[in-house]
Ligand binder design. Structure first.
Ligand SMILES: [Zn+2]
Length: 453
């Protein structure tokens, strides 16, 4: 039974649908209906609800979670002392290292041991965080919010679909959820024709996957004049979506590209809507703050800050004022779709989306990758890498025909674009390694996050 359970609840594949329907249907339905209702609320109603959730979570954490009990006592506070958002901001920000060092103290003592399921973050930055989620329940809730995001693209969770995500097996069809799961690790010249054949046979209503992998798939199909009709939407998550990727995918698949931003820690979930590419935060999922490098709230239109979030569904292992390490652009505007939910103007991703020049200046990566890719048609794969200010390393997997001419063109284009604030060296590799979750990184930034805030 345990094996079957694991099999059906593998979150990367959405396979838990059948069991969720059986055992957690009421959790799913309640979460779905409530989240839909919240979308119709006024801002004031949302704020009032969020405040109640924050207070309830704090009281719970104080009563049942040793880490928070100690923390509040250290600051000589009880949950009763926290009466405003300003008070709430006195609670120190929670870093990943703190959780790693105290994982057992974060587990709520009023949940039965059978409710705990251990999980971890992907570790694309080389750091994988271990924590607990509520077995079964978390998936039912996840599925409820996912359904709402899919609906916005005119899709239903039970439509035939293709998932392109990080996993070992190159492909697998899951009849229960009508999902063809394809591996972003295994997009080789040998496998891609098989992927496409399977996709065309399935007639998927939608795709869901990493932007880089979807781009690679669509480029391959375009190169080989392969087409697919009837796709209602492309849903992307897991990496920053570049404008050029969105434009390319929308024109290739003749449908809208939707973005989702969330994470396994379940503190924040947001997605684009029918009208706009801004990220609409689910106010009943978590409370989201944007903070500057001093931990102070970001309140200026267009300013960037780190996403700090408190998850309302994390009672079993509370994340309160959790530093996600992700960067977003602040806006106080509301969307023309009419939902009064808070928005993130854009999610800029991590430090990986900026280069640091020799003078310590931040240079957005945007456009540079396209420039590299336009400079040579003889690269199978490439990746830009930085671990020193002002120094870029370009990793190249050569295709037949790659010559000094390609190198010169790349160097010249980079120099024209970036000036002399950056030096460029080139390393040739046999392949570009994927991250643990199978994500392809066009840019690896090893310099720390302090540079961007
Ligand atoms: Zn909207």
């Amino acid at each position: 039974m345990h094996k079957l359970w694991k099999y059906l609840f593998d979150e990367d594949t959405g396979r838990g649908i059948a069991l969720t329907t059986l055992f957690y249907h009421s959790t799913y339905k309640k979460t779905y209906q409530f989240a839909k209702q919240v979308e119709t609320w006024s801002s004031e109603q949302m704020q009032e609800y969020q405040w109640n959730q924050l207070s309830t979570l704090l009281q719970h954490a104080y009563d049942h979670v040793p880490y928070y009990n100690n923390l509040l006592k250290t600051f000589n506070m009880t949950p009763g002392d926290i009466k405003t958002l300003e008070d709430f901001r006195r609670i120190p920000l929670l870093g990943k290292e703190t959780i790693q060092g105290h994982a057992n103290e974060f587990k709520a003592t009023n949940y039965p041991p059978s409710a705990f399921e251990e999980t971890n973050t992907g570790g694309s930055t080389g750091f994988s965080l271990q924590f607990s989620i509520e077995k079964g329940v978390w998936f039912a809730k996840h599925l409820a919010y996912l359904s709402i995001l899919l609906n916005r693209g005119g899709c239903d969770v039970m439509d035939n679909s293709v998932q392109l995500v990080g996993r070992e097996k190159p492909w697998e069809y899951r009849p229960l959820s009508r999902t063809l799961v394809l591996s972003s690790y295994q997009m080789t010249e040998q496998n891609l024709p098989i992927y496409v054949k399977k996709i065309i046979q399935l007639h998927p209503g939608y795709f869901i996957g990493y932007p880089s992998a979807m781009t690679m798939l669509a480029s391959y199909m375009k190169q080989h004049s392969l087409e697919i009709k009837g796709v209602k939407a492309i849903h992307l998550f897991g990496e920053t979506i570049y404008d050029w990727q969105r434009e390319f995918l929308e024109s290739f698949f003749h449908c809208r590209v939707h973005g989702q931003y969330g994470h396994r820690e379940q503190c924040v979930l947001s997605g684009t809507c029918e009208k706009a590419n801004t990220y609409h935060i689910f106010p009943d999922y978590g409370y989201v703050e944007l903070v500057d490098r001093n931990g102070q709230p970001v309140t200026k239109e267009g300013q960037i800050g780190e996403i700090v979030a408190t998850g309302f569904h994390t009672g079993i292992f509370p994340f309160i004022r959790y530093k996600t390490g992700d960067i977003a652009v602040y806006t106080s505007e509301r969307c023309e779709c009419g939902r009064q939910v808070p928005l993130l103007k854009s999610v800029e991703g991590r430090i990986q989306d900026f280069m640091v020049s020799g003078t310590g200046r931040l240079v957005p990566l945007m456009g540079v990758l396209q420039l590299i890719s336009r400079s040579s048609s003889h690269m199978k794969e490439y990746q830009l890498y930085q671990d020193h200010e002002g120094e870029l390393v370009l990793h190249i997997v050569k295709k037949e025909g790659f010559s000094d001419e390609d190198v010169n063109q790349i160097r010249e284009n980079i120099r024209t674009r970036l000036g002399d604030e950056f030096s460029l060296s080139i390393d040739y590799l046999d392949s570009i390694p994927r991250t643990i979750r199978g994500k392809y990184q066009f840019f690896v930034q090893k310099l720390p996050v302090k540079y961007i805030l």
